[in-house]
Design a protein around this ligand. Structure first.
Ligand code: ZN
Length: 284
């Protein structure tokens, strides 16, 4: 009898402690309210835990951009806002923090100083380029290797434009504005300071026969599509990426970024603008 009473007492104690436990839990849950920031992060599927290019300071911009662009994956929302694409071109601009690096990014949000002239500019050879063309030494070496490889396989490549100074871009841009108006000029020409040609790391090419604006229709273009990355060059303004690059398709414009970056960009089918906000910005 005594044993039975003891068992009953123990049982009552156990049941009541479990009951209290459950109720306490309920209370904790019902009292918990997530912060505004947590709610916003939930809206972005807590992607901040999965990618390291998430920037806290852009949180509200991510949310706003996502609402306007429901078809985009959250990762793409993050990348595009980091690039600055939620704001009109040539607004919220900043000067590039880098000089004389293969990974300098110049676009409609990042510009180069009007006094910036890259180090180690070298003349290109008349055998494969128009006269007076210059390129940064590392890019020139890679270019010559690429042109020789293409030539030996039967695909001629000629350089029509390369390094352009700030002041040259001023006269070029002004001429376009005079002819077509500012709005139209902005769709195909960079404003001074915003031209990638000032980096001394990019080239406009043709095959020596077809006009460079039709380079897409040449066999040499096809060769470049398959091989440029092996020499550290990328097609900078692809046909299906105009929303991201801010430039209309340019089959003739190639940018030297080095073999490692070029291979990643080619393999993952992204733009250099995306690569920059994913791996370079805020990391050096
Ligand atoms: Zn160009």
């Amino acid at each position: 009898m005594k044993n039975i009473i003891t068992y009953i007492v123990i049982a009552i104690c156990l049941i009541s402690s479990i009951w209290i436990g459950i109720n306490n839990n309920k209370e904790e849950k019902s009292n918990y309210s997530p912060s505004k920031k947590e709610l916003k992060l939930r809206e972005l599927n807590n992607i901040n835990k999965k990618i390291d290019y998430f920037q806290d300071k852009n949180l509200d911009r991510y949310i706003a951009y996502k609402k306007k662009n429901k078809q985009l994956k959250i990762k793409d929302v993050i990348k595009r806002v980091n690039i600055g694409l939620d704001k009109p071109y040539y607004t919220a601009t900043q000067k590039t923090p880098y000089q004389n690096k293969d990974y300098i990014l110049v676009n409609k949000y990042i510009y180069m100083d009007e006094n910036y002239i890259p180090n180690n500019l070298e003349d290109l050879e008349p055998s494969y380029s128009r006269s007076g063309m210059k390129l940064v030494k590392t890019a020139k070496t890679a270019l010559e290797e690429m042109i020789n490889a293409a030539k030996s396989e039967g695909y001629p490549i000629r350089v029509m434009s390369s390094y352009r100074s700030y002041h040259y871009q001023v006269s070029l841009y002004n001429k376009y504005v005079e002819n077509d108006g500012k709005e139209a000029a902005d769709t195909y020409s960079a404003r001074p300071g915003y031209s990638e040609h000032q980096t001394g790391l990019c080239i406009d090419i043709d095959d020596g026969v077809i006009n460079y604006t039709n380079f897409e229709n040449s066999k040499s273009f096809k060769w470049m599509q398959e091989n440029a990355y092996k020499y550290g060059f990328i097609l900078r303004y692809p046909k299906d990426k105009t929303e991201i690059t801010g430039y209309t398709y340019e089959s003739w414009h190639y940018r030297y970024v080095g073999k490692e970056i070029a291979s990643y960009i080619k393999k993952n089918n992204i733009t250099f603008d995306e690569y920059y906000v994913m791996f370079i910005e805020n990391k050096n």
